[in-house]
Design a protein around this ligand. Structure first.
Ligand SMILES: Nc1ncnc2c1ncn2[C@@H]1O[C@H](COP(=O)(O)OP(=O)(O)OP(=O)(O)O)[C@@H](O)[C@H]1O
Ligand SMILES: [Mg+2]
Length: 285
């Protein structure tokens, strides 16, 4: 670990180590979330013990909405980071930047959450390289520490700091899986598309669809999900149903809304588009 600070910088001179206005990260209104099982109770228990949480599930099934809802429920600011393969540990922890005043340290989003007691949500964590992911290790065991080696500082996590990660199991290859030592630090909550009645309720609420339209879209989703593994990586997500529902509730014909909201985005393959359209039509034959 370096023992000296770069010229012109010191922890005291840092612009970001002091009080930080996290109001932009607070949710002003309750994000609508319809519980599917005991996920709220599990998350609250994990939060009480500050056990890090991993949300697993396919795209568009409610993981992000859930974490937003929980941040609101627990009254904590939420700092979200979308992980990607070029993300470095410095992108999370922070870096020295050259300014006209000299070299100034800027906390990264993870460090901001650690210092100030926010919930940090690392979305699609498996996209990050494993050498980046290990920065969360000392934070996610009994130490609850974030070493900032470049700054020669060990940041003890604020009592309210909480780490949540998400990923879509199944899409990534084995090389992109999390390290065993990362996985085993987390409480996991499995997400999937809600049962039909619940999903219809969500589509009504989120798309402004009436009950009949919502039921129809949920039935279409079931047809598309049957093609999972038969040419489609995934069936239509709850998110897609909401998109199609908004178009249809806004006056677009159901057929056009389903094409634009579901069939065209989900596959580029002309044969697969035909097969999916046929499967959807067959649902209503
Ligand atoms: N249980 C639920 N309660 C309320 N809304 C939901 C629920 N599940 C899904 N939704 C709706 O579905 C949309 C998509 O969900 P969300 O963005 O949370 O998906 P995700 O699981 O985070 O997907 P991705 O992995 O692609 O990021 C939300 O914006 C919300 O409108
Ligand atoms: Mg998400």
């Amino acid at each position: 670990m370096p023992t000296a600070f770069p010229a012109g910088s010191s922890p005291a001179g840092s612009s970001s180590a002091g009080a930080l206005d996290l109001s932009a990260y607070r949710l002003a209104a309750e994000p609508y979330y319809r519980p599917v099982g005991d996920e709220i109770a599990v998350f609250e228990a994990a939060w009480r013990h500050r056990l890090p949480v991993m949300l697993k599930g396919p795209t568009g099934c409610g993981k992000t909405r859930f974490v937003e809802h929980m941040a609101w429920r627990l009254g904590r600011p939420l700092i979200t980071v979308a992980a990607h393969e070029d993300m470095t540990a410095a992108d999370l922890a922070g870096r020295f930047l050259l300014t006209p005043e000299g070299t100034v340290w800027h906390d990264g989003p993870l460090t901001q959450a650690v210092r100030h007691g926010a919930i940090c949500y690392l979305d699609e964590i498996v996209e990050a390289r494993q050498d980046t992911t290990v920065v969360i290790h000392p934070l996610t065991d009994a130490r609850r520490m974030l070493p900032l080696e470049k700054r020669n500082e060990l940041v003890a996590a604020h009592a309210d700091f909480h780490l949540v990660i998400s990923y879509n199991p199944g899409y990534q290859s084995a090389v992109k899986d999390l390290k065993e030592s990362t996985k085993q630090r987390f409480i996991a909550i499995d997400f999937d598309y809600p049962a039909p009645a619940l999903e219809a309720e969500i589509v009504m609420r989120e798309a402004g669809a009436d009950a009949a339209l919502a039921r129809t879209l949920v039935a279409i989703a079931a047809c598309s999900r049957n093609l999972r593994g038969h040419g489609l990586d995934e069936g239509a997500s709850t998110r897609m149903l909401i998109h199609a529902g908004r178009l249809a509730a806004g006056g677009v014909s159901l057929e056009a809304a389903v094409q634009a909201g579901i069939v065209l985005p989900i596959t580029d393959d002309a044969d697969m588009r035909r097969a999916l359209s046929a499967a959807i039509s067959a649902c209503f034959a």
